[in-house]
Design a protein around this ligand. Sequence first.
Ligand code: XBP
Ligand code: MG
Length: 280
Amino acid sequence: MNPENQQDIAAHDTPPLQAVIFDVDGTLAETELNGHRVAFNRAFEEFNIEWHWTPELYGELLKKTAGGKERIRYYAETHAPELLGRIDLDTWVARLHHLKSEIYSGLVLGGAIPLRPGVARLIDELRYSGIRLAIATTTTPSSLQSLIMANFNYDMMSLFEVIGAGDLVANKKPAPDIYQWVLKQMKLPPEACLVIEDSLLGFKAAKATGLPTLITVSTYAGNYVFDGALSVVSDLGEPDAPAHHIAGLPLAGPCVDLAQLRAWHQQYPEASQHKEAHLR
Ligand code: XBP
Ligand code: MG
């Protein structure tokens, strides 16, 4: 098929871009290393538990589990199985995680976690262009609220029309549940949306929902293959701090803007099937 025909079919098949759905951790900000990880460790100290999650160990845990309570439970299962016999295990995990979330909020409200390059710029442009905005994250709503309060002039409810967060769904990423929940609230088909994700677990969740996905690789993303992503870039970029293209459809300018998102989106689903979308 010649490229012109291919473009015609893609343009015909793909509805116009109506909504952008953002992941949070690793996508809006690098929250894991100096935010969540530090908060977990401080909570362990306050609970007198001799656990310490080093940057390397935390990276391994991120590959296995999304969700803070799930991460604590996974670590208990693999490193402290004696804890599993506690009759109050669920309450204990919930209390520990609640403390961790309070500590995390304190860190981000203190300014410890800035947004990644281009995030505020792109969100502003999308808002003013009438693109609908949503969140799909495993993070606890109070932690998200703190991150937004610390970094935006708006509260999260006025920035995002739909917020899929925390324990709203039974199965966290890589299960598609949170993305399916968001689409249901927005009454949109997946092809009318574009997701921005940073990790393999998040990408799997979006892909399983049939959502066109841009990857902005985060610190903990690792050397993964994001097979089927529209494009893979280092970050969203700023005019004076260009993003780097890594794989998939090319990045036309120094940064990701609405015109670029629309151009990529119009090439879905063909783009999602080509085998170029690999991290090199
Ligand atoms: C992020 C996570 C979260 C955070 C902690 O995944 O896995 O669990 O590490 O959040 P994603 P909570 O970016 O795919 O949403 O402790 O609030 O659960
Ligand atoms: Mg993420």
